[in-house]
Design a protein around this ligand. Structure first.
Ligand SMILES: [Zn+2]
Length: 277
């Protein structure tokens, strides 16, 4: 569904694909490092890139593991330059399940972070310096992945945790609204920072744009689901919900990034009556 992606592995029957955008960006960064720092810097860049995207794949597999156990089907995992995405055919809807699934990715990253941090340090200590150094850096990268994804806003995993925590109190729609609004605020801050930083950071601006649109889409998906439910006389209509935002309905061309594990192809779900909440 992302187009231009190449399958590199299959785990638990889930194809893991690398998107062209990732290959291009890593290629440019590597050449850039080689240009300014020589072959050594190039090797660092390549090893760290491979480690980073292995880490992202493991993070997504963490989400997938819980998803599969909760009876959902994971269609594929795609690694892109701004992160990874696992596409689910069905998502768990009980807040507790959703929270577990959202936490599984950052938990994997945290585990990898501890492994890299202590493992790398140990390797350096016994004189295996270079691999130790790369592993140590990857440890920090995984700490960052865990922390960033736990930000309490969509489309980060923390947004899903927040929604799951709020849903029993204020309903799924209102909870999604809050997490999505926080995501948009955060995206604007990231974007401004990337734009105004001394060395303008276009990567950050691109990521901010992505977060902003993904946050809005999350909310629209839930709006549609709730509207479908209302049509069926569901009891969850929230009169305080904000009015619908204009925009196309989520469809196959939409991407939800992750590190959040979720995919927009939930049309099947829209007609489902969810009685578990
Ligand atoms: Zn995640």
């Amino acid at each position: 569904m992302f187009g231009n992606a190449y399958k590199i592995a299959t785990v638990w029957g889930i194809p893991i694909k690398v998107h062209m955008s990732l290959i291009v960006v890593v290629g440019i960064l590597t050449l850039n490092a080689g240009w300014s720092g020589g072959p050594g810097a190039m090797l660092d860049r390549i090893l760290i890139a491979i480690g980073l995207f292995t880490s992202v794949a493991l993070h997504e597999l963490g989400h997938s593991f819980v998803a599969i156990r909760k009876g959902c089907k994971v269609r594929e995992i795609t690694l892109m330059f701004m992160g990874g995405a696992a596409q689910m055919e069905r998502m768990p809807r009980r807040p507790m399940d959703e929270m577990l699934m959202a936490l599984a990715g950052p938990a994997v990253s945290l585990g990898l972070g501890l492994l890299g941090f202590f493992g790398g340090r140990q390797l350096i200590r016994v004189g295996i310096s270079y691999p130790g150094f790369i592993i140590y850096i990857l440890g920090w990268i995984n700490f960052f992945l865990a922390g960033f994804n736990l930000l309490p806003s969509f489309p980060m995993d923390g947004g899903r945790v927040l929604r799951a925590a709020l849903t029993p109190k204020i309903g799924r729609l209102r909870a999604t609204f809050i997490a999505a609004r926080l995501g948009k605020i955060m995206a604007v801050l990231f974007g401004l920072y990337g734009f105004l930083a001394e060395q303008r950071n276009w990567m950050l601006v691109a990521i901010a744009f992505f977060i902003y649109t993904a946050a809005g889409r999350e909310y629209r998906v839930v709006q549609m689901e709730e509207a479908a439910k209302r049509g069926e006389g569901g009891p969850f209509w929230n009169p305080f919900a904000p009015p619908p935002e204009p925009g196309p309905p989520p469809g196959d061309a939409d991407v939800v990034i992750s590190p959040p594990p979720y995919a927009p192809n939930q049309r099947e779900e829209h007609v489902e009556v969810d009685v578990e909440r």
